[in-house]
Every structure is written in C-alpha cells, then in structure tokens.
Design a protein. Structure first.
Length: 219
C-alpha cells in the first residue's frame, strides 16, 4: 500500500496542486467520476497522514478524500460506538414522536379553546376521583380510631392484668384497616400527581398548538 509520510497540511496540498505523479498513478474513481488521489486521516498523536488507502487501524476513524487539487471532496465519519448508535436511535424516535404528536394536535383540535375544554373535563374527573378517595381515607381513619379504642381493652394494650387476649377478628380488622389506609394514601398521592402532570401536559400542548397554528398562518 502506498502511504505518504506525515506532512504539514500546507505542504501536502501544495504537492497535490502540483500534480504529484506517484499520487496520480494511484488515483481511484469516485461515483461522480472525479479522481481521488489521497485519503487524509489523523493518528492518535494528532499527526495528519495522506495515502492512497487508510491503514486498517485507522479505518474506523474520521477521514477525508481529496481530489487532484488537494481539496476535500468527501468526508467519512468515524464509526460510532454502540452507545452513540443507541443515542442516535433515541433521538430519531424522539423526533418521530414529536412529529406524530404535532399531527395529533392539528388533526384533533380546531382552536386553543378546544384543548382547554378537554383539559378542564379531564381535570374535573381527577378532582372528583381525588375527593372520593379523600373521603374514603377519612372514613378509614375514623374506623381505625374505633378499632384502636377497642384494642385498648385487650392485651397487650390494656393495663388490666385480667384483660383478655385480643380477639383474632379484631386483630385482623386492625391489620386490614391499616393496610387499606396505606393503599388509599398512595392512590391519593398518585391522583394529586396525575392532576399536576395533566395540567403540565395540556399547557405544553396549548403552547405547541399555538406555535403550529402561527407557523401555518405565516406560510
């Protein structure tokens, strides 16, 4: 394989412009019919090299193809790592998802008022569900208070030495009530978060819809 020694870029281009015979003899053909006399690449020390082909150890690095005048006519990107390819795929999916959502907004709504109407209906549903869950939690607290009062009459909570052991059904009821309180508390927090998320999403949709409509008007 022919390889030119590392040269300062200015000197190398001057040699190309002069039409070095050795380079011309090794010229390759591009798809557009132009002669290529050299590849250009940079090694791990930052030194620029030229040659009629790229050594295997640099084949995956960024490199360039120059014509007879030493002008770069094509650049070949470095081979990407699996992580870089995965990041590119994520970006492409994100772009496609945004385009699809833009199309959904334009196909579904005729005005910002339409979006606000749908938002208000959705938030009203969530508020109703949240209020119902909160009332249920209040009733569970009341039930738990009553069960705890009963439990004070039995061991191990009662200070009366003659107190009986707590009945199994009372103990089981206490456990169920505490467990249900925990479940409903989590659901209540989930509904509150859903309200915030829906509000934020609809606001973003309203702003994006206005941008899309403004762009259509400008065109």
């Amino acid at each position: 394989m022919f390889r030119w020694p590392a040269l300062p870029v200015a000197l190398a281009l001057a040699a190309f412009a002069a039409g070095a015979p050795a380079a011309q003899n090794n010229a390759a053909r591009t798809g557009d019919g132009k002669n290529e006399i050299a590849y250009k690449w940079v090694d791990e020390k930052g030194v620029t090299h030229y040659g009629d082909s790229v050594p295997p150890e640099y084949a995956k690095r960024e490199r360039a193809i120059l014509n007879e005048q030493g002008v770069v006519i094509r650049r070949l990107e470095a081979e990407k790592t699996p992580e870089q390819r995965a990041a590119d795929e994520r970006r492409q999916r994100d772009v496609q998802s945004r385009r699809q959502h833009d199309q959904f907004l334009l196909n579904t709504y005729a005005s910002v008022g339409d979006i606000e109407s749908v938002r208000d209906q959705r938030l009203e549903q969530i508020v109703g569900q949240t209020d119902a869950a909160r009332q249920y939690v209040d009733s569970l607290h009341s039930r738990l208070t009553g069960l705890q009062a009963k439990a004070q009459l039995f061991k191990p909570y009662s200070s009366d030495e003659k107190a009986r052991r707590m009945p199994d059904d009372l103990a089981a009821d206490l456990v169920r009530t505490v467990s249900e309180l925990r479940t409903q508390g989590n659901m209540l927090r989930s509904k509150e978060q859903e309200h915030a998320d829906v509000t934020r999403q609809f606001q973003a949709d309203i702003e994006r819809f206005a941008e899309l409509q403004s762009g259509k008007s400008a065109r």
